[in-house]
Write a protein that binds this ligand. Structure first.
Ligand SMILES: NC(=O)c1ccc[n+]([C@@H]2O[C@H](COP(=O)([O-])OP(=O)(O)OC[C@H]3O[C@@H](n4cnc5c(N)ncnc54)[C@H](OP(=O)(O)O)[C@@H]3O)[C@@H](O)[C@H]2O)c1
Length: 339
């Protein structure tokens, strides 16, 4: 994998090919991820030279992900602070425009609210900065367009935050080409964040070409298909209701079996190269045209250490061809949006 920093669109920010996605650290994908494990996971990423940290205001009901990052970086003082990472040694990306509200009719008793009004964005960013222990972000995304207001209103607030130095670059996540174009006309976009992996490649149709032609970086999530392509799941595995993956078609029934068949097809390809399957998967993802940085999630230092070996993984022509054949054999996948 080419490990040199890659410019994020036309902004002054550069990122490595791999970034730590800090959503699983909030313990909302599955219960049981402790604050200590979250802090240790971020530290393991830094130890491995992975300095692009991706979080969001809504990663955790009370900012658990942002708080874990602050502690791992030693920016908050307090118990366990052993090191202080210089501000310019890391790239901190956060997102605004989605928050949680209590809802006793649901299990767990909360619902996600998409609110992209300027005053809400402003308040969330101020709170994120406090949680993170910094005075600016490197990259601030609108997490998802708010369908109840014109996107220009949200974009205008991100432009004001950019001009005020609260962030060095702006991005938009979970958007269509029309939304990207309208946003970009008000506030210059440096990054777009969408899901992308070997089996979920919808962005290749319109969004990725638009970003490439407008000089906007592409940061992708779900490279491991929420863990499936890490090749540790097994047939018949049932996800408890405390694990949000139980809702996704890709982890249920025939779809799940077919996805596990695909993982089996990757094993000999990885074996021939002498790498683990997740490393093969991430190396392939990071080398796709137009992809700037790949965000992987992890819940332990061990997972990070395994993933970080992808940085040393180089594919050859035979591996690329075998992966393409396996993708074709798998065929279309039942997908579901993240937000
Ligand atoms: N913009 C958006 O709307 C949006 C949406 C989703 C995600 N994201 C970002 O993208 C990041 C990546 O997405 P993601 O975390 O959902 O998906 P992912 O990277 O496809 O999968 C992460 C999961 O893979 C498993 N895993 C990782 N390394 C492993 C290893 N070596 N062995 C076994 N299992 C391993 C872990 O599962 P276990 O939990 O079972 O350990 C981890 O939670 C997020 O963290 C977030 O920062 C953004």
């Amino acid at each position: 994998m080419h490990t040199a920093p890659r410019p994020l669109g036309r902004s002054p920010v550069s990122v490595g090919p791999l970034g730590l996605g800090c959503w699983p650290l909030a313990g909302m994908t599955r219960a049981g991820v402790t604050h200590e494990a979250a802090v240790a996971t971020v530290r393991a990423a830094l130890d491995a030279g992975i300095t692009h940290l991706d979080t969001a205001y809504c990663y955790g009901e009370h900012g658990e992900s942002e708080r874990a990052i602050r502690e791992a970086l030693g920016w908050g003082g307090g118990p366990g602070t052993t090191n202080h990472i210089p501000r310019d040694a890391v790239t901190i990306a956060s997102k605004c425009g989605i928050h949680w509200e209590p809802d006793s009719s649901r299990s767990p008793p909360r619902r996600q609210v998409n609110d992209g009004r300027p005053e809400r964005i402003r308040a969330e960013v101020e709170e994120s900065l406090v949680r993170l222990g910094t005075d600016h972000l490197d990259l601030l995304y609108l997490h998802s367009p708010d369908p109840s207001i014109p996107i220009e209103e949200s974009a205008g607030e991100l432009k004001r935050l950019l001009d005020a130095g609260k962030t060095r670059a702006v991005g938009l996540s979970n958007a269509s080409v029309a939304e990207l174009a309208r946003f970009h006309a008000v506030c210059p976009l440096s990054a777009c964040q969408m899901h992308f992996n070997m089996l979920q490649r919808e962005i290749e149709r319109e969004v990725l070409p638009w970003c490439m032609s407008h000089g906007v970086g592409m940061v992708v999530y779900w490279p491991l298909m929420k863990g499936l392509l890490a090749a540790k799941m097994h047939r018949g595995q049932v996800f408890p209701t405390t694990d949000s993956r139980h809702k996704y078609p890709m982890f249920n029934g025939v779809e799940f079996d077919r996805n596990l068949d695909f993982v089996e097809a990757l094993r000999p390809i990885a074996g021939r190269l002498g790498v683990a399957v997740p490393d093969l998967v991430l190396a392939w993802t990071a080398e796709q045209p137009g992809i700037t940085s790949v965000l992987f999630g992890a819940t332990s230092p061990e997972q990070v250490q395994e993933i970080a070996r992808a940085l040393a993984c180089d594919l050859d022509a035979a591996a690329r061809a075998a992966i393409a054949d396996a993708i074709t054999a798998r065929g279309p996948v039942a997908s579901r949006r993240a937000v």
